[in-house]
Design a binder for this molecule. Structure first.
Ligand SMILES: Cc1cc2nc3c(=O)[nH]c(=O)nc-3n(C[C@H](O)[C@H](O)[C@H](O)COP(=O)(O)OP(=O)(O)OC[C@H]3O[C@@H](n4cnc5c(N)ncnc54)[C@H](O)[C@@H]3O)c2cc1C
Ligand SMILES: *[C@@H]1O[C@H](CO)[C@@H](O)[C@H](O)[C@H]1NC(C)=O
Ligand SMILES: *[C@@H]1O[C@H](CO)[C@@H](O)[C@H](O)[C@H]1NC(C)=O
Ligand SMILES: *[C@@H]1O[C@H](CO)[C@@H](O)[C@H](O)[C@H]1NC(C)=O
Ligand SMILES: *[C@@H]1O[C@H](CO)[C@@H](O)[C@H](O)[C@H]1NC(C)=O
Ligand SMILES: *[C@@H]1O[C@H](CO)[C@@H](O)[C@H](O)[C@H]1NC(C)=O
Length: 505
């Protein structure tokens, strides 16, 4: 009876108020924090406490997204998450959800004192199935934790290429892995999601159970559907791999860009075990550009040909750390290359694989950064050409498909990510304006030469980029229908305002 009353109250207050939440004047977030603190005092942190300070800064990649929530709740299990969601809904409190904290968009993984921060820090389950075919991963883990856990079994998972990136955000947007030519998006390798619906119900979604529609939506639909409390991932046999980073200097630019194009066009499609992350780093105040390529080969035997366009005699690196090691050791040793606590911004672009497209993208990017940002202190800018093969996309469609629905017929592609890194908050507006104008200039040059491609990868996108609009229209319609079915009151759209929202696309 008590439960019925509670549910009735929940429905009543929600129906009449969720849509009008902006107009309210009393602070539901105060009531939510008081409720959480009463029930779970040791997991609810108020401003001024060490736990609060830690949770609102340390786990984040970019200092631009530190936030000042009314309180921070650190659930220890799915039941605690369910209690929190019910509390937020009853009190009409806004909230934010943070996994690894790597999305550098203000308000997407944090919230100011109009709401509560729900932290994944303690949802750190890691457990290998008896038959070792799957691993259960809590959303508080980073990819380095997953690789380190699987290493003693000679296994890996299709996941991130940088160790401190969070598991949940990467998987909810898709996930580009060193293993993607062989196994598709990281999210194509999730076999089960445990998650908390807007009603507070804890459910499990698989490709074949009653929640198969939700399962499909979670493969690339972001945080509009439920709060994921566990991902069950397929494991892959991969003990040691050939991996490391080669660096080239400015005088080798032309040969490097030839190598990038040829790898995207021929090298990657010919051998799905091979991957590269080609990144061009510009330091405009020093008039310096360096050319870097992380090379990866998923085998104990190195390939004689996969990287011949990036090795002597074709293109001799200045330094090269390519060697046989576990993915776990590689991500541990490269983590310091991506320090936390700087100011960061991304933009994403995509193109077909064409030599001239690579050149014009590179030239506009380097010139734009030099002309607009040379005087920004400590500015570093980079552009990365991520090669995406037909095999990558075919694997995705063979495993039940995903909302991204990338058009295989036009593959291969480059999915590019531009990054800007700086230190002074007074430069934020200037860097963001430059990011927008450089991106617009590259996009119009690509379009004018019919090099453009449609898809925009959520996890590399900047604020306002039309991510869901780049998915096939029918997939977006299906996402919207699934969202409406599981969360008709828009809890995960209006009370959880941060993130890419299908309802608003
Ligand atoms: C240095 C670096 C390296 C990267 N490398 C790669 C790479 O190799 N491959 C790749 O594909 N991407 C990569 N990315 C991009 C990365 O996938 C995204 O930044 C991603 O959002 C990070 O996930 P997170 O959990 O750390 O993010 P968060 O910022 O914590 O979360 C991202 C979004 O997911 C939501 N969310 C988080 N947890 C949950 C949950 N449990 N349930 C529901 N919603 C949730 C949040 O509300 C937020 O909107 C990289 C990013 C960086 C900064
Ligand atoms: C806090 O968030 C609300 C809602 O998003 C917004 O209107 C307000 O400007 C924010 N305040 C600050 C100080 O950032
Ligand atoms: C939970 O997370 C906090 C940080 O918020 C950390 O200090 C603590 O050690 C974690 N506890 C467990 C049991 O993992
Ligand atoms: C290397 O580049 C040549 C063109 O110079 C191309 O034919 C070849 O396929 C490329 N190989 C790889 C592995 O990228
Ligand atoms: C910047 O470097 C390029 C290539 O090394 C050189 O041609 C150019 O003159 C340099 N510009 C300045 C202003 O130093
Ligand atoms: C740029 O951002 C992307 C995130 O999507 C990440 O994979 C990459 O490591 C970043 N590169 C640099 C040089 O910061």
């Amino acid at each position: 009876m008590q439960r019925l009353t509670k549910i009735a109250l929940l429905l009543f207050t929600s129906v009449f108020a969720v849509e009008n939440v902006v107009a309210r004047s009393i602070g539901g977030e105060d009531v939510a924090c008081a409720t959480l603190r009463l029930r779970y005092p040791s997991f609810t942190f108020l401003p001024g406490s060490a736990g609060y300070t830690y949770e609102t800064t340390t786990p984040y990649w970019s200092a631009t997204v530190y936030s000042t929530p009314k309180c921070v709740f650190v659930p220890q299990n799915a039941q605690h998450v369910s209690f929190a969601i019910t509390t937020f809904t009853l009190t009409l409190s806004k909230f934010a959800v943070r996994g690894g904290g790597h999305m550098p968009i203000p308000g997407y993984n944090g919230i100011n004192d109009s709401g509560v921060l729900l932290s994944s820090s303690n949802l750190t389950t890691l457990s290998l199935a008896k038959d070792k075919s799957t691993v259960s991963v809590g959303p508080g883990n980073r990819w380095r934790d997953v690789y380190a856990y699987l290493k003693p079994s000679g296994l890996a998972a299709v996941g991130g290429r940088v160790g401190h990136v969070g598991v949940p955000g990467l998987l909810l947007g898709g996930g580009i892995s060193f293993y993607s030519s062989q196994y598709g998006f990281a999210s194509d390798n999730v076999v089960k999601y445990q998650c908390v619906l807007a009603t507070g119900l804890i459910i499990e979604a698989t490709a074949t159970n009653a929640y198969s529609d939700l399962f499909w939506a979670l493969r690339g639909g972001g945080n509009s559907f439920c709060i994921v409390t566990r991902f069950d991932l397929k494991t892959i046999a991969s003990s040691n791999v050939w991996v490391g980073i080669a660096q080239f200097d400015q005088s080798q630019a032309a040969g490097y860009l030839d190598g990038v194009y040829n790898f995207g066009k021929y090298g990657a499609p010919a051998d799905p075990k091979a991957a590269i992350i080609p990144t061009i780093l510009a330091f405009p105040s020093a008039n310096l550009t360096i050319y870097v390529a992380a090379k990866f080969y998923d085998s104990l035997e190195d390939s004689p040909s996969a990287f011949k366009n990036f090795t002597a005699p074709k293109l001799a690196p200045v330094v090269d750390s390519y060697s046989l090691q576990s993915i776990s050791d590689y991500v541990a040793s490269t983590d310091p290359l991506q320090p936390l606590g700087l100011r960061q911004e991304f933009r994403t672009l995509s193109s077909v694989v064409d030599r001239e497209a690579v050149q014009l993208t590179h030239d506009i990017f380097i010139a734009g950064v030099a002309s607009k940002l040379s005087s920004v202190a400590n500015l570093q800018a980079s552009i990365t050409f991520q090669p995406v093969t037909k095999d990558f996309l075919l694997h995705s469609s063979k495993t039940g498909g995903n909302p991204q629905g990338v058009d295989v017929s036009k593959a291969p592609f480059f999915w590019m990510v531009e990054n800007w890194t700086w230190t002074d908050p007074n430069d934020d507006a200037r860097v963001r304006a430059a990011a927008d104008s450089i991106t617009a200039e590259i996009n119009s040059a690509l379009a004018a030469n019919t090099f453009g491609a449609k898809y925009l990868y959520m996890n590399d996108a900047g604020p306002g980029q039309p991510v869901f609009q780049s998915y096939p229209t029918e997939n977006l319609q299906r996402l919207k229908a699934i969202r409406t079915k599981y969360d008709p009151l828009k809890v995960y759209t209006n009370l959880l305002p941060g993130g890419w929202k299908v309802a608003n696309a």
